[in-house]
Design a protein around this ligand. Structure first.
Ligand code: HAM
Length: 423
C-alpha cells in the first residue's frame, strides 16, 4: 500500500468541522477588521523567497522544496505567504489607488523540517498582511485581533511575546555589539552559527542548539540600542496593548527566523504543544516592499499555524459538530423511490438529509440513523404509502408523530429552519 509522504498528513472528516469552525471564525474576524481575502499560487520563483526570507535563514538554506522546472528555472513550493503577497501587491500595483491594503490568505505551506508533533512538512497558515500603515496602533491592533480569535476559540493558555528589532538606523549598532560577543564565544557555537555570526548575527539568536543557547546567555538586547523613533514606536505598541487590555510579555531575545523584520516582532506562544511553542509569528517589515522592487511602503503581518491552532482548539472546544440531520428510513422499492425524491428536495432546502439506498431492514436503517447522529427519522413503508402519511420519530425523546404526505416537505422545512431548530 502506498503511504503518504513523511511529514505530510491527511485532515480526516472527523477533524474537518473543527477546521471549518476555525476558518469561519478567523475569516469573520479578519473581515470585521477590514481585511480582504487574496489567493496566491503554491509555487513561486525561488529567488522571491531567497531575497525576502533571507539567504542565511534555515528556511532558505535547508528547508525549501525547490525544483528546476523543464527549462531549468528554479521554482519553490511556498514556505510561507508573506513574500507572495508582497509580490502580488507590487505586481498588480495594489498600492496605486490606496497604499493601505489589508489582505489575508489561508492555505498550505511547505518546509522540509524534521517532522514531530506540531511540526509538519506540509502545514497550513492563516496569514494576514497590512501595507501602508507605519503607525504602532496597527501593531497593537493586530495582536489584539489575534488574542480575540484565541479567546473566541476558548484558548486561554497562551501569551503574546513582543520585541522590537529596530530599523536600518539602529540595528547596525546592535549587530556590531552582538558580533563582538559572538567572536569571544565562537568555539561554543554550532557550525551554522559560526558561519552566520559575522554575516547575519541575529540568526544566531534564533538558533535552537543547546550549546548556542548557553553561549548567548548574557548577550546584549536590541532594546538597549533602539533609536528614538523605534523606541517611541515600541513604547506606543506597549501602551496601546495595555489600553486594549491585551496581556503581553517583552521578550528581549525574540528575533524570529526570517530576515525581513523591522521594529515590532511578536509571537503567540503556548506551553501546551511540547517543543513547538509558537502558534503565531509576525511582525513589521517596513523595508520589504521596496527591497522587492516596489515603492517605499511599510508592511506588517502575521501567520497563525493552523495545525497548531487546531490542536489547541481541540483541547478546549466542546462539541462543534454539524447540526444533526434527518434520516429517511424507507422499506420496499416504492417507498425508497419516494424517499429518494424527498431526500433530494430536503437537502436542497437546507436540511441535511440521509437515506439508505441498499434496501436494508428497518432495524439496520435505524442503527445507521443513530450512527450518523440524525435527530429525526422519517419512516416510510408499504403501510405509510397506502395511508399517504409518514411517521416522524424523534431520536432523543423516542416520540413519534404522523405527517401526511400532503405538505410534508413544507412542514419539515419550515419547522427545521425555524429559530427553535429541528422539530
Ligand atoms: P513563521 O514563524 O515561520 O512566520 O510561521 C508562523 C507560524 O506557522 C508558526 O508560529 C507556526 O505556528 C506555524 N508553522 C511554521 N512552521 C511550521 C511547521 N513546520 N509545521 C507546523 N506549523 C508551522 C511566517 O511564516 C511569517 N510569514 C509570518 C509573517 C506574516 N510575518 C509577517 N507576516
Amino acid at each position: 500500500m502506498i503511504q503518504l509522504i513523511r511529514g505530510f498528513k491527511d485532515i480526516l472528516p472527523e477533524e474537518i468541522s473543527l477546521w471549518q469552525h476555525i476558518e469561519t471564525e478567523a475569516s469573520l474576524l479578519l473581515q470585521n477588521f477590514g481585511f480582504c481575502e487574496i489567493r496566491i499560487p503554491i509555487m513561486e520563483r525561488t529567488e522571491l523567497f531567497a531575497r525576502s526570507i533571507g539567504e542565511d535563514t534555515d528556511i532558505v538554506e535547508k528547508e525549501m522544496y525547490t525544483f528546476p522546472d523543464r527549462k531549468g528555472e528554479l521554482i519553490t513550493l511556498r514556505p510561507e505567504a508573506t513574500a507572495s503577497i508582497v509580490r502580488a501587491y507590487i505586481q498588480h500595483r495594489l498600492y496605486s489607488q490606496d497604499p493601505v491594503q489589508k489582505l489575508y490568505t489561508i492555505g498550505p505551506m511547505f518546509r522540509r523540517e524534521r517532522p514531530q508533533k506540531g511540526r509538519y512538512r506540509q502545514f497550513y497558515q492563516i496569514d494576514a498582511e497590512v501595507f501602508g500603515v507605519e503607525s504602532p496602533l496597527m501593531d497593537a491592533q493586530m495582536i489584539h485581533m489575534l488574542m480575540t480569535l484565541f479567546s473566541r476559540l476558548n484558548i486561554t493558555d497562551c501569551a503574546a511575546h513582543i520585541n522590537s528589532l529596530g530599523c536600518p538606523v539602529c540595528r547596525p549598532g546592535f549587530k556590531v555589539a552582538l558580533m563582538q560577543k559572538l567572536t569571544d564565544r565562537i568555539d561554543r557555537l554550532c557550525e551554522d552559527c559560526r558561519r552566520r555570526s559575522a554575516k547575519n548575527p541575529l540568526r544566531v539568536m534564533d538558533c535552537k542548539v543547546p550549546s548556542c543557547r548557553e553561549a548567548l546567555t548574557d548577550i546584549p538586547s536590541i532594546l538597549d540600542y533602539l533609536c528614538p523613533d523605534c523606541h517611541t514606536h515600541f513604547e506606543t505598541v506597549q501602551s496601546q496593548l495595555k489600553t486594549l487590555g491585551v496581556k503581553h510579555e517583552i521578550d528581549r531575545g525574540l528575533v524570529r527566523g526570517l530576515d525581513y523584520y523591522t521594529r515590532t516582532a511578536f509571537e503567540i506562544q503556548t506551553g501546551l504543544l511540547g517543543a513547538q511553542s509558537a502558534v503565531v509569528g509576525g511582525g513589521r517589515y517596513d523595508g520589504l516592499v521596496k527591497a522587492l522592487g516596489g515603492p517605499d511602503i511599510p508592511g506588517i503581518g502575521f501567520a497563525i499555524g493552523f495545525d497548531r491552532l487546531a490542536e489547541l482548539a481541540a483541547l478546549n472546544l466542546s462539541d462543534i459538530s454539524k447540526k444533526p440531520g434527518l434520516f429517511i428510513a424507507a422499506l420496499g422499492t416504492a417507498a425508497q423511490l419516494q424517499a429518494f425524491e424527498w431526500a433530494c428536495q430536503l437537502s436542497v432546502s437546507g436540511i441535511q438529509t440521509e437515506m439508505d439506498m441498499s434496501n436494508r431492514s428497518l432495524k439496520s436503517q435505524m442503527k445507521q440513523a443513530d450512527r450518523l447522529g440524525a435527530s429525526q427519522v422519517l419512516i416510510l413503508g408499504e403501510q405509510e404509502l397506502n395511508d399517504k402519511a409518514a411517521i416522524l420519530r424523534d431520536m432523543t425523546t423516542k416520540t413519534q408523530i404522523i405527517l401526511p404526505f400532503d405538505g410534508l416537505i413544507e412542514k419539515l422545512t419550515s419547522v427545521w429552519n425555524s429559530p427553535e431548530g429541528c422539530p
